[in-house]
Ligand binder design. Sequence first.
Ligand code: PMP
Length: 439
Amino acid sequence: TSNRPSLDNFWMPFTANRQFKAAPRLLASAEGMYYTDIDGNKVLDGTAGLWCVNAGHGRKRVADAVARQLQTMDFAPTFQMGHPVAFDFAEKLAKIAPGGLAAKLDRVFFTGSGSESVDTALKIAIAYQRAIGQGTRTRIIGREKGYHGVGFGGISVGGLVNNRRVFPQIPADHMRHTLDIERNGFSKGLPHHGIELADDLERLVALHGAETIAAVIVEPMSGSAGVILPPKGYLERLRAIADRYGILLIFDEVITGFGRLGTPFATDYFGVVPDLVTTAKGLTNGAIPMGAVFASQKVYDALMVGPENQIELFHGYTYSGHPVASAAGIATLEIYEEEGLLTRAASIADTWQDALHSLKGLPHVIDIRNLGLVGAVELAPRDGAPGTRAYDVFVDCFQKGLLIRVTGDIVALSPPLIIETDEIEKIVSILGDALKRVL
Ligand code: PMP
């Protein structure tokens, strides 16, 4: 139709291309729990954009803050001059920082995205080790199914093959340990097996020597690998092993940060405190690109040297602490706090769980997992064509007015945290019908 832009000259990543071809609908506007496409169809957002629009779409408070800040000062070179908006935002973030009162990670470093947050955390970890006289510790251990963005740092420590396929030289010098519970039968409470997977870290320490290892990075709950939940005790065991060998622990909370699990951070949910936490996405409700790394006082102090607190690590982005992004972030935090969104997932998690598990027994469903306001419905792969069944479910849902996310044969759900019961029912109803229709 005439309002369709030409896609000919626009290069999208391959997944999006594939989805465009089968379901060529373009999203034009967004409000609350819904997108509207260019033909005027409403699409319920089952994925909070891309795990990021936690407070729902089109928040006026964020829009107003952005407009005001653009008119006041559009840009400032933050790491050269500074400006009050970024400091204000950092101070407000420090108050809700991961780790609770006892061991808050309240030192904040701003970036422009999740991938930049990961790069930043990896560099901080190595710089920290060097600063405390452990300069031989330059290796990072990631996880077999880890996803840490698409920067070189992230793909080096990430485990998802797709991200490294055309960079065979990248993973050669890196190490991964396993967390590949594809189906863990999770229902109420966390599963009670698989903790020994953490001991794989011991194996790598023995293999390479603790004196070569700076840090281990994990997603507390794997998102992009298909919503893999940590076995009970797994993260505690990782923490203990890391401590034993002087290795820093990094939680990548780009997805889990800002209320997704029903606590401000997964760090709080699991009660395991890492040394560094990476965030992005929900930091600004997805409205303006921004990321932040949270560090412990211990890490921060080690990096600051000399009488004037000089830092040897030269690092910072043009958009670090961007004033407009900071303004969006402050408005987002205010919404989270006023509406109780950082703990909302906890109060609706049972409803969410019951609704999702009502899909049990539908064709092809082999596992259902949930945690906070995250859900996964795993499908049996089609013979010889893995991923195609879930993809067909994606197309069917989209045509019926529901946006989901598929990764391999797993349907991943992560609706905005403002979701109400009737919208949960709608998600399950459309998805259930799609599961019945798709062969
Ligand atoms: N880490 C994790 C755990 C993520 O899920 C993502 C993005 N999905 C990233 C890092 C990268 O974030 P970005 O796409 O903003 O660079």
